[in-house]
Design a protein around this ligand. Sequence first.
Ligand code: NAI
Length: 403
Amino acid sequence: MKLNVLLLEGIHPVAETALTGAGHTVRRIAGALKEDALIEQLEGVHLLGIRSKTNVTQKVLESAQARSLMSIGAFCIGTNQIALEPAMRRGVAVFNAPFSNTRSVAELVIAEIISLSRELGDRNQEMHQGVWKKTAAGSREVRGKTLGVVGYGHIGTQVGILAEFFGLRVLFFDVASKLPLGNAQSVATLDGLLEQADFVTLHVPETPQTKNMMGAPQLARMKKGACLINASRGTVVVIDALAEAIKSGQLHGAAVDVYPEEPEASDMKGFKTALQGLHNVILTPHVGGSTLEAQENIGREVADSLVRYGSSGTTTGSVNFPSCELGATPNTHRLTHVHHNVPGVLRDVNRLIGDAAANIHAQLLSTNSDIGYLMIDLDVPVTKQVVDGLKQLPTTILARSLS
Ligand code: NAI
């Protein structure tokens, strides 16, 4: 089935290539759209691609113009800009690309470990001011030192693997049981890790448990002269406590990419943090995941999810739909059905299929507490007839024939 796609906000061209390659018609609008302008543009649109600056609100989703909308691709990491639950209740599956910038963050962290160890940030600033400070004081190799990774997930594991190539010993602490990669070793407690590591790098999500996870007591637990790197979330570190630890010489340095409060705009002047002007502190404006490669990966991954959902109904990776993937079988005819998760839906669906004299070749149902998502392959091409019947059911949110 050919679908109409609307891409906003300068999404990477690889997305358009993937979508047109799958036979869909792509229309582009360069910038973000405000609510009413977005509603106006949605007439006849099946797949919508946005980045972080377009808000898809409940009003947008419930507008008459959005009635053809099947899916939204968030060509970014977060999905806060989309009313996910209303989208789910309308039968609109949302996809994003949470791990396409993993490597970008890991590479920045590796660069920072070496930069902190050699005080590169300070030497660079001094040279720009004409100060020639040729000294080995405070400058060390990383080989043979210990790296402590807090949060051994997608980014933490990548950092650990890369760090070993530089001769670092890798320890990690995670609340979940994790398979150590390479020669990394798990440590049972955060304190246990802090006491051993020359570099501590944080890769945990923002949760109530990780809020202020690195405050004054934890910084005091770290080895004297160790360095801290935070490219996870700004709430994880108590900035004032970190500034104190640097000033007192408890820590040799820090690299910080994320802050408790960050400007919304991508370009602003006058940003303030207590870490400014401190010795051997590298500050970056939340650019850990911001590389051209990551943008391209995001474009490809999200477009692939939209293409898969459009052609086969696969919802794997959706942030608001039950996950469902049914392998393709030749000479079968697929339909998908989104419905309210109440008793008796399967009975009604299967009765309609039986009435159409079709045999079910394969059927897969996945549910969450609100909706069910059903994929069905029939042995005869009666999906339109069945879909028309399904649309009459009071429990149906969306029914679609894919053949
Ligand atoms: P992930 O979900 O793959 O890994 C997070 C790990 O932290 C998991 O293994 C989890 O079990 C562990 N964890 C959760 N709570 C914990 C706790 N209290 N103590 C110890 N471990 C805990 O996440 P991923 O992709 O590795 O991302 C990590 C962080 O990096 C996230 O906060 C994410 O928002 C941030 N990030 C930052 C970017 C930047 O530009 N600076 C770009 C991409 C991600």
